[in-house]
Design a protein. Structure first.
Ligand SMILES: Nc1ncnc2c1ncn2[C@@H]1O[C@H](COP(=O)(O)OP(=O)(O)OP(=O)(O)O)[C@@H](O)[C@H]1O
Ligand SMILES: [Mg+2]
Length: 400
């Protein structure tokens, strides 16, 4: 088992693209770290540099305090599973899985035993004599995993290994991966752009955007306390809803106007004293879809919306509606790397609310949604940095 440490790792390709920009990150012994981020953000390049398949332009890779930056891939004792898990088509499952051991001149009986044991674990025992073309996608995926596992490498690198599987198989393979990791505890770096996979598999998640590390933490930390707007929008499905609002009122009673309705923010400001700095100016508010519910009684501060779409997901409903943006001149809140959902016909930015299945909703019929502002997030409109919540201090015991 091993600790992997990346120090200021950078990759600039000859064309001038900086795919990885000053990445520093330590993956603990036996940890399952998920690297997540949008397409092209540099995830595969990071893995390839750890594996030694790509030279770093700057910075270093350490494994157990040994600097391996210039080591050949073979010397690093790392196993990598690629998205297109290239199995050898002319070899049987058994031969595919045993190939790395054969290359290492492992004792034949011992190699066979290892392959048998791993195949057993992966539910592949019945297929050992088959060739890849006679296997389903999920079985091939498991062979690719098994091929990497028999070696018991120091580090496991997985690049979107489930992306070719259908939704149901992904879920079962995800559970299987988690179980395997429980058992072997091999230090693992797992790449995906699927935030559900990231949330369910990772001990910790590292979010990357444009080659730069945005935040690293447990799934809970990233979801509860995103460091910036990018992370906030990336973690959670459907995504967080954003709008720029102006904070009004005064220090004693802070308010904001959303969709023509005034909301009191004093409680919110008490927990986020830094918000007071935005009094009289603009701040970005972020609301997760679950922060809304259908108003039970009239009179409470609520947003009146007209559903443009209602998606019933069995145990909950997603309601799409026009974002209640104060200022039509900022009708689009999206940025290149943080696109917003937009209505195809009107071009309007859309928000999503997640409500109970029981909610009586119809497209085009106005409905009032209450907003749980204790679940609101706030971001600086320029830097995108979160205005952090201050933990509620425990009451200080009076001095005796
Ligand atoms: N050999 C190369 N030469 C030049 N540019 C490259 C090369 N390989 C990757 N890139 C660029 O580096 C950036 C990061 O690529 P990378 O494959 O690491 O992204 P990724 O996060 O794995 O994306 P995806 O989720 O689509 O697999 C991209 O802009 C890509 O075009
Ligand atoms: Mg990739």
């Amino acid at each position: 088992m091993s600790v992997v440490r990346l120090e200021h790792l950078t990759k600039t390709f000859s064309g001038g693209t900086t795919a990885v920009d000053d990445l520093s990150l330590t993956i603990g012994d036996g940890e399952f770290l998920v690297l997540v981020g949008p397409s092209g953000c540099g995830k595969s390049t990071v893995l390839r540099m750890i594996a030694g398949l790509e030279d770093a332009s700057g910075g270093d890779v350490f494994i157990d305090d040994q600097r391996v930056t210039d080591w050949a891939p073979k010397a690093r004792d790392i196993a990598m599973v690629f998205q297109n898990y290239a199995l050898y088509p002319h070899m049987t499952v058994q031969q595919n899985m045993g190939f790395a051991l054969k290359l290492r001149h492992t004792d034949k009986a011992e190699a066979q035993e290892k392959v048998r044991e791993t195949a057993d674990l992966l539910g592949l025992s019945a297929y050992l004599e088959r060739k890849p073309k006679a296997l389903s996608g999920g079985q091939r995926q498991r062979v690719a995993m098994g091929r990497a596992m028999v070696r018991q490498p120091r580090v496991f690198l997985l690049d979107e290994p489930l992306s070719n599987l259908d939704a149901k198989l992904r879920v079962s393979m995800r559970a299987e991966l988690a179980r395997l990791h429980q058992r072997y505890r091999i230090t693992t770096v797992y790449v995906t752009h699927d935030q559900v996979e990231a949330m369910t598999l990772g001990d910790r998640i590292a979010v990357i955007d444009k080659g730069r590390l945005q935040q690293v933490g447990t799934p809970e930390e990233l979801y509860r306390a995103p460091a910036n707007r990018f992370v906030a929008g990336f973690m959670g499905s459907p995504s967080m809803n954003f709008a720029t609002v102006e904070l009004g009122g005064d220090a004693d009673r802070v308010t904001m106007t959303l969709g023509g309705q005034e909301f009191g923010l004093s409680d919110v400001v008490r927990r986020r004293p830094d918000l007071a700095r935005y009094l009289g100016s603009r701040v970005v508010i972020g609301l997760r879809p679950a922060a809304f519910s259908v108003a039970e009684s009239p009179g409470v501060a609520a947003l009146t919306i007209v559903p443009l779409g209602v998606e019933s997901l069995g145990d909950e409903k997603h309601v799409l509606f026009r974002a209640p943006l104060a200022d039509v001149s900022v009708a689009r809140e999206g940025t290149d790397d943080m696109p917003v959902t937009v209505d195809e016909t009107s071009g309007a930015q859309l928000w999503t609310a997640k409500v109970t299945q029981r909610a009586d909703l119809a497209i085009g019929r106005p409905v009032s949604l209450t907003v749980d502002l204790s679940e609101a997030y706030f971001f600086d409109p320029v830097s995108g940095e979160a205005v952090v919540e201050v933990p509620v201090a425990a009451p200080v015991a009076a001095a005796a």
